[in-house]
Design a protein around this ligand. Sequence first.
Ligand code: SF4
Length: 216
Amino acid sequence: MSTSLTNNRVNLPITPHIPLGFTTPAQLRTIADAAEKYNGVLKIVGNSITILNINKADGEKILTELGVKPESFIAKSVRPISTCPGKPHCPRALQDSTTLGLLLDRKLFGQDVPAKIRIGISGCPNCCAEVFVKDIGLFGTAFGYTVIIGGNTGRRAQIGQIAADKVPAENILPLIEKILEYYREQGQDKERIGQFAARIGWDSFIAAVIPEAYRK
Ligand code: SF4
């Protein structure tokens, strides 16, 4: 397949949603076949595969043929969840980041928020999922999850701050839902969650969203 982007079609990237980036050889073949059929160009981006060089009508056909929803490029939404390889693939894993990641992806992906939210989960403190530069990052320890808030990459990159510790896996979803609810209510349009926490004061933010038992 050519990687040339020389024709005059409107270029609309299509990114099939692949939760956590875990796929199968069969799904990869299907995506490759669809890209070939519509003369698309494949680009691996993080946990995703994007099909470039596709016009809008062909992009919609591809999504229908693949039977998947698209990953959101909408700026103000919860983006697909990222995880490290984790259990059962990594012997260092202390928590099951894959099971938690699939739950968060199913419950939170695509939700409206004041600015984009990237969530990353690592199974241990090695933080292979780069959780300190996620809006909400988690890493596993022997005692549960450590929660980091306010990291991001991009033009104004910043490291997040540890906001909670020793949170049991089963309490992570309700905790993040509470954080997002407060952010949705109090955050300003296009204000990343780290900027929001800095504006209202980290102590106020922590007091509003983190149960006392988990505060650092
Ligand atoms: S973060 Fe830990 S558990 Fe996850 S892949 Fe890296 S070393 Fe393994």
